[in-house]
Design a protein around this ligand. Sequence first.
Ligand code: APR
Length: 261
Amino acid sequence: MDDLERLADDIRRAETVVALTGAGISAPSGVPTFRGDDGVWDRFDEGQFAYGRFQRDPAGFWADRVDLQQELFGDDPDPNAAHEALAAMGHAGALEAICTQNTDGLHGVAADTVTAEAAESATATTTILELHGNAQRVRCQDCGSRRDSEPILERAAAGDLPPTCDCGGVFKPDVVLFGEQLPGAAIQRARSLARESDVFLAIGSSLRVQPAASLPQLAAETDATVGIVNLDSTPYDSLADVVYREDVTTVLPRLRELVAE
Ligand code: APR
């Protein structure tokens, strides 16, 4: 039995399987990663997108945000085979939750697609926790109402800076900016899922941004089997039971097949 077969066996026998995903799972969909080869933060100054900048200079923040969203999502990305493999594992009852750092919403799209195709056989749904929010939405800082990002980005690109709500409040991308607190409930839920997990998969993340990065350690501390799938090394590789230095679109569909056997 090779490592992947052993991991699939652990998943089949597990009560609770949890995945943490990062930008690497969306890279095959054409969404650039932040670090590693040609990362977004090599081309954009992350300080320009910090919460402090948004508060100090919302107009300048939005002018730069238009460029960043174009860079990240301009190709209108679709879920790839790795997203679909996790969604299928979820619908087969083999994945309790996906805690994602990604703001592209692709796990939700994949889950909806798999539901549509496998509605009658789906035995379970997976909780998707968007720890860093979702860039496909904006939120008014005064009345809290949410809108689709697209028309607001178009207004900002046309010079409406910063874009404001009907109530007069300034919109903010519905994501967690550097220097901003993660929603308490989301990270608490993610931490309890990591502690409850029997198998914890960290997929496509450099595991460098807290508090999400330490979830694999919480899982390992409560005796979960930890698997890391990532092209580059991470600070948590040494605590993993197995590390796959391979493409997510190779490993995850294979893992899904083995789990379904
Ligand atoms: N298969 C497997 N791993 C991949 C692939 C792939 N096809 N493509 C890239 N990777 C790996 C890279 O090796 C890299 O280590 O994905 C990882 C992505 O790391 P980051 O770009 O740092 O992304 P992430 O870990 O999600 O960043 C966390 O940082 O800037 C903030 O808010 C942003 O949510 C983000 C957070």
